[in-house]
Design a protein around this ligand. Structure first.
Ligand code: HEM
Length: 429
């Protein structure tokens, strides 16, 4: 990035600082920054201290344009999520590359389409339909537990956290007894920056960080090595069987790639789905008319699900790296430049969404980019929507009223964030 050429494209330092401040994502200041950027500098350069400079992409159309050009904008040439220079240096020391694992997200063509094809069909609605009955049983049990709380609960703690984790573990084929271990590993690996959830990775010494990361990856590897051996000998109807037996060019996947595959599936689908599920209940608890509307019109539930995913947009960004000099939105982007795709900004882009800050279950069309776009479009989108739809189909008919019962608190993180506390009061029909 040529500093002189981009001088007047620089984002003011106070706005740039919010982009890398986990707290700004918890107290919603980030939405003020996005709004300012969309209006004043929709494709500008941020130079926050401790980070390499990066382009900040805040318009819906630019996010889509970059995401659809997978040859021109790679995922894996630099870190795929915003990473400061110190952490990147530590990761490079451990792996020799910019990323800790090599899952679908950290692949580009020609490997990416080959690896994605292994499970793509499995994640399509036609196949997922087989699991709908079991997901409904899990949803029913979850709803019963919530209703037993006697009129008040923390929806995050009591419903939203456990439900998607349980579904994905069951679908993957991890026994229930091992779920706490999976949750712990996930939190250590993708270390939310929230001090209530996990120790801040930035606060660790280089040695402590590298030891922790190596231990986490080794633990995941060891765990799934056992699962792989089992599923090769005793195939079942689960996703682990598909991954364990998948072949690339006639051979089983190398172990590091298989571990990464298990890891992305085990980890990508719970915080994201939890946050979106909690987002829907938050919005309905704040707006009795919206709650009444959806209750009276259950056919709005799929719209409620999509609107919750747009409104919450739990995955705040992914990064891309330009593979050649190019032009976009009147800006010259140079080969090697790093770009932050701000999905949560694209999803409130005034040019695409009417009243973007308002939650409207009947929003149509709802072309949000919360699942990304292009070749890397979320593999689990149909699963996430199925889980949420079934939970609301089971829960909403049982509730007579719903209201907030205290302050909603959000996790502090600039990659994936959402409610961490959602106190609600409810009456049962
Ligand atoms: C990729 C969001 C649920 C598995 C992604 C991406 C986003 C995203 C933004 C990157 C897309 C891009 O780069 O264009 C979400 C949201 C979810 C959710 C908001 C819930 C509401 C799930 C679930 C799973 C899952 C339930 C499955 C277990 C994946 C995988 C990828 C991915 C494997 C990588 C795809 C690739 O790189 O080809 N997701 N996700 N996600 N997601 Fe999700």
């Amino acid at each position: 990035m040529d500093a002189t050429a981009t001088e007047n494209l620089d984002i003011p330092a106070d706005i740039a600082a919010t982009l890398v401040d986990p707290v700004a994502y918890a107290d919603h200041r980030i939405h003020g920054s996005y709004r300012w950027l969309r209006a004043n500098n929709p494709l500008g350069v941020a130079r926050p201290q401790g980070f390499d400079p990066f382009w900040v992409v805040t318009k819906h159309a630019h996010i889509q344009a970059i995401s659809r050009q997978n040859e021109l904008f790679h995922n894996a040439d630099r870190p795929t999520t915003l990473t400061n220079q110190a952490v990147e240096a530590r990761v490079r020391k451990i792996t020799g590359g910019p990323n800790l694992v090599r899952s679908l997200v950290q692949m580009d063509a020609p490997d990416h389409p080959k690896y994605r094809a292994l499970t793509q069909g499995w994640f399509m609605p036609a196949n997922l339909g087989k699991f709908e009955g079991r997901v409904r049983e899990i949803a029913r049990a979850t709803v019963e537990r919530m209703l037993d709380r006697g009129g008040a609960c923390d929806f995050v703690e009591d419903v939203a956290l456990g439900y998607p984790l349980h579904v994905i573990m069951e679908i993957l084929g991890v026994p229930e007894a091992d779920e706490p271990r999976m949750l712990k590993l996930t939190q250590e690996l993708f270390g939310p920056q929230d001090p209530d959830v996990a120790r801040s990775r930035e606060a660790l010494s280089a040695e402590a960080f590298s030891m922790m990361m190596q231990a986490v990856v080794a633990d995941f590897s060891a765990y799934f090595r056992g699962i792989t051996e089992d599923r090769r000998q005793h195939p079942r109807d689960d996703l682990a069987t598909v991954i364990a037996n998948a072949k690339i060019g006639g051979d089983y996947m190398p172990e590091h790639d298989a571990t990464s595959y298990y890891m992305i599936v085990a980890t990508a689908g719970h915080d994201t789905t939890s946050s979106s599920t909690a987002g829907a209940i938050w919005a309905l608890a704040e707006d009795p008319a919206e709650f009444a509307k959806v209750k009276a019109n259950p056919e709005l539930i799929p719209g409620l699900v999509d609107e919750a995913i747009r409104w919450m947009t739990p995955v705040k960004h992914f990064m891309r790296t330009a593979t050649a000099d190019t032009e976009l939105g009147g800006r010259s982007i140079a080969k090697g430049d790093w770009l932050m795709l701000c999905y949560a900004s694209g999803n409130r882009d005034e040019e695409v969404f009417e009243e973007p800050d308002r939650f409207r279950s009947d929003r149509k069309p709802n072309r949000h980019v919360a699942f990304g776009y292009g070749a890397h479009l979320c593999l689990g989108q149909y699963l996430a929507k199925l889980e949420m739809r079934i939970l609301f189909e089971e829960l909403l008919p049982r509730l007579k009223s719903l209201a907030l019962d205290g302050e909603v608190k959000m996790t502090q993180a600039y990659f994936v964030n959402g409610p961490k506390k959602l106190p609600i009061r409810f009456e049962v029909n």
